[in-house]
Design a protein around this ligand. Structure first.
Ligand SMILES: [Zn+2]
Ligand SMILES: [Zn+2]
Length: 83
């Protein structure tokens, strides 16, 4: 893990860089960073329908963006055919 995140023995999360882990959080499936649902506009209810979550930083990577779009728009079977 990144030691910069651990200055006071607390792990900092999310775009807000706080150690608050009492709220609903979702983990990015690419960088494995944790984000507060309310900071990124995702509710616990939304998350039940999200198979994989990629944060804004990771969405900047083109292959991730493509994969997420592909998952959203076509069946898994069709994705495998494309690959
Ligand atoms: Zn936050
Ligand atoms: Zn990420």
């Amino acid at each position: 893990m990144d030691e910069d995140n651990d200055m006071d023995g607390e792990t900092l999360y999310c775009i807000c860089r706080t150690a608050d882990s009492e709220r609903f959080m979702i983990g990015c499936d690419h960088c494995e960073e944790w984000y507060h649902g309310d900071c990124i506009g995702i509710t616990a209810e939304d998350a039940r329908h999200i198979k994989r979550y990629y944060c804004d930083a990771c969405i900047g990577h083109e292959e991730i963006w493509w994969f997420q779009q592909a998952e959203a728009n076509v069946s898994t079977e069709a994705v495998y055919k494309l690959l």
